[in-house]
Design a protein around this ligand. Structure first.
Ligand code: AMP
Length: 147
């Protein structure tokens, strides 16, 4: 059985860190730094409006010479957000992230924003799954061929 997004969020927490589109990019990067995360979901009127990540800051503020304290989040966020559901597998998330070249996927339950899964969460989970699998195989081999 492949691990699903819901199991990762049960362990990590069903938390979403968000920001409004009219807040400044400075507030966004300050929040990301304080929380030690690389992305914030942008929520407007309780609706998912976009996503802003450290990559957006790098490309659209630092490299373009804009001021982070004078630019609104809504100006540089990505507004076509690709999201997943709790029943998607971690492997599907990895495939999706490499297809869209992004490292974060918001999680929607019945259309409501309920969590966010990152590439780091997926790599951690796949490593745990592989360790578990290896352990099971070792036990199987030992039971078949006792020393
Ligand atoms: P990231 O690799 O997550 O830092 O994001 C790289 C770029 O993709 C940035 O422009 C983000 O705004 C955008 N991005 C990140 N996650 C998503 C997502 N789930 N859907 C659409 N765009 C995204």
């Amino acid at each position: 059985m492949e691990t699903r997004v819901s199991e990762v969020l049960d362990r990590k927490g069903w938390t979403v860190h968000s920001i409004g589109p009219r807040q400044t990019v400075y507030e966004a990067i300050e929040t990301m730094e304080n929380l030690e995360i690389g992305a914030l979901v942008v929520v407007d009127d309780e609706e998912l409006a976009g996503i802003i990540t450290e990559r957006d800051y790098l490309k659209k503020i630092a490299l373009e010479g804009r001021s982070s304290s004078e630019t609104e989040v809504g100006t540089i966020m990505t507004d076509e957000v690709v999201a997943v559901g709790p029943n998607n597998t971690v492997r599907q998330c990895m495939t999706l992230m490499s297809e869209i070249r992004a490292r974060h996927l918001p999680v929607l339950v019945d259309g409501d924003l309920r969590g966010l899964i990152s590439i780091g969460d997926c790599v951690r989970q796949l490593t745990l799954d592989q360790e578990f699998e290896i352990q099971k195989l070792k036990e199987f081999i030992r039971s078949k061929y006792p020393a």
